[in-house]
Write a protein that binds this ligand. Sequence first.
Ligand code: SF4
Length: 476
Amino acid sequence: MPCTGARRNWDNRGMSDVATPERSQVVPRVGFVSLGCPKALTDSELILTQLSAEGYQTSKTFEGADLVIVNTCGFIDDAVRESLDTIGEALAENGRVIVTGCLGAKSGEDGGNLVRQMHPSVLAVTGPHATQEVMDAVHANLPKPHDPFVDLVPPMGIKLTPKHYAYLKISEGCNHRCTFCIIPSMRGDLVSRPVGDVLKEARALFEGGVKELLVISQDTSAYGVDVKYRMGFWDGKPVKTRMLELVRTLGEIAEPYGAWVRLHYVYPYPSVDEVIPLMAEGRVLPYLDVPLQHSHPDVLRRMKRPASGEKNLERILRWREQCPELVIRSTFIAGFPGETEAEFEHLLDFIREAGIDRAGCFAYSPVEGATANALPGMLPEAEREARRARFMQVAEAVSTERLKRRIGAQMQVLVDSAPALGRKGGVGRSYADAPEIDGVVRLLPPEKISKQLRVGEFTRVRIVGTEGHDLVAVPI
Ligand code: SF4
């Protein structure tokens, strides 16, 4: 249905739009103008509902409002004109204006945002269907009224991880159907979280003291595929729901906090190539958790792995050329049904040539409901276990050799546990170590006796040795 451009006389049944003098002193008040078609009207209803739920007072007029939201229409010229005029009117009468709706997503002649071009002083601009982004802009410019029921909960929510690191889930489910996995049958297809929500949560985590953000999902590289990389909004600016834009923006948000952003579950699609320069520039950690599972193309095909047709070895070597600091962690399956000795040897060669820094390996075991159970060539359990053990021997040798190269180097370490001054036993992690799954940096007593290590703080260390999967270092 085409937009009429007509100003909607929205109905705030059950809400007063006249503030009593006492109320207006304590309850922030938002003026709201809703233009456009019924789809825009429902967006307005969602925003007004959220404003009311959070305790804001809403009104149809600009008068006495602490700020004004204009939900715009951008369909035909008349509607664009009316929207721009209304924004101008709101700026003239109130001065503090947030713009949302179709016109907010429209570009001007110079390719920039049309609303910003015509009215540079607006507080924020979002596209349509952007309740969360609008609410973010409202919160940034007009603090939420105190709510005794939820204000005891920290803005970052309740976390089960130590205060200095946190996981950030960007999507749920998976569009792949790997034959050994039943996750899609339990969690469904990929559903990406709105990019504005993800970035908002990231900032709340950094504000709450998080120094390391671990991005997780079932398939981080596929972020946004389900919503066709829809344009979202963050801080009034458009951001695509796509891995590259997400990672770049996370790096920008983390920077003033001096925090780390670490990427997990990244499949080696060609699109990941664009993320490597961000690592080389130090915007996010040069660390990739890439669950490869195998190297031989025939095994990968039997596994129905994502990116199974990609030349993973060449891709990884190219990444290493672009970003020599890159650390790669991966997981593998040994003894997958039908795996020949030659295919397994291919995997061992791959580990050596790709220089996989951190590798985990499972002996294949049938999972109830997985289609791989029906594949021919199931290997005896003893053989699967033997291959796992052979894999780990090679992987550990590669890992140790790569760790030894760090001896003598200086690194930045995030302290996970700190001893009393002058006592042994501190533990930290460098950019190369994700919590729980990788090694650690064992910290000897600091060189300077006055240096006190504190949990959740960064410290510089000099690497003096290795111990299994770990590095040994002295804080300097
Ligand atoms: S193993 Fe395959 S199907 Fe399972 S979650 Fe990962 S990509 Fe999806």
